[in-house]
Design a protein around this ligand. Sequence first.
Ligand code: 3PG
Length: 402
Amino acid sequence: AGIDSLGDLRGKRVLVRSDLNVPLDGTTITDDGRIRASVPTIRQLSDAGARVVVTAHLGRPKGAPDPAYSLEPVAGRLSELLGRPVAFATDTVGASASETVTGLEDGDVALLENVRFNDGETSKDDDVRGAFADQLAQLADAFVSDGFGVVHRKQASVYDVALRLPSAMGGLVAAEVDVLRRLTEEPERPYVVVLGGSKVSDKLGVIDNLIDKADKLLIGGGMVFTFLKAQGHEVGKSLLEADQLDTCTRYLEEAADRGVEILLPTDVVVDTAFPSGDREPQPTVVPASEIPADALGLDIGPESAAAFAAALADARTVFWNGPMGVFETDAFASGTRAVAQALTEVTTSGGLSVVGGGDSAAAVRQLGFDEAAFGHISTGGGASLEFLEGKELPGIAVLERG
Ligand code: 3PG
């Protein structure tokens, strides 16, 4: 149920789990998309007179405080975006947290330090997690789950705390679930899925689940080289998951059996070293079947980018996860740019285009695309994939239990 189900929130302490896991360069936030996406729910609660206590994680610290993963820079940015002060607690459930929460007036907002500085947060032991969730729950009268990017995690601040407080789904999670359901339940056709990113092994579940739902599957990014190798091509020094070769062969056969078109690049952009800043990139376009032994593939080539764009031209529903190449370096960004551009055209012609995943979402923003040109940009990486895999997401199931 939504936030309204919690009744009058004036004066109540509301714990909100947001996903504020943004990329940082030192203490500089390089993409604030997830913070911006979290603002509406926090503002809604604050406007309703709640005393808002935000909890979130940053990165994967090892269950103990680590200054490299402090949320303090995020508190500053959140405050700018909200246009009101955000009190920052230097711990999650300790003295600073309780003082900060006690000091809140109606409508005030606080952010607790990285919840993963506590080993109870991610513990696999239900009792350990539960004990930590008890401490979190003591800080609040109600809980709002709004961190879509973490709903696939059975963690204390996502799952266990919802068992301990009156709980509701925030607007961001509700909106994400709504769009992703449209991709799994009777999508308008043609339905095209574009997958990239570095590893096939991260995408097995989603390929398994979508191979008979999508009309076309376009594959790029680092994972493509395992497919090319499975087709018998040499891939030089490109990324390769040798243990997934049989799986790739099976997907290619299965797709052929089911009449699903799998498109692999026919040309790739290679260099002899991964871009590292030591020297200027030396991009060279080669046929996908002729990657030199000393080269590694870093993007799909121009012919492939055009073919992918053509395959997307008449799509009515598109899901895209994972960049086509090393888009952070301009010389290897063309494939990702072409796919992003093709998605915006799907939106223009009235179709539904969904960008899923931290990397592809960051890519479209970094490449200068207007977010409004896409039907939906998901804040969830792993979460949106697991949703499309058809898995039960603990952070959603716990809110929907009767
Ligand atoms: C993400 O970055 O996908 C989410 O914030 C979840 O982070 P995690 O994979 O470290 O749980």
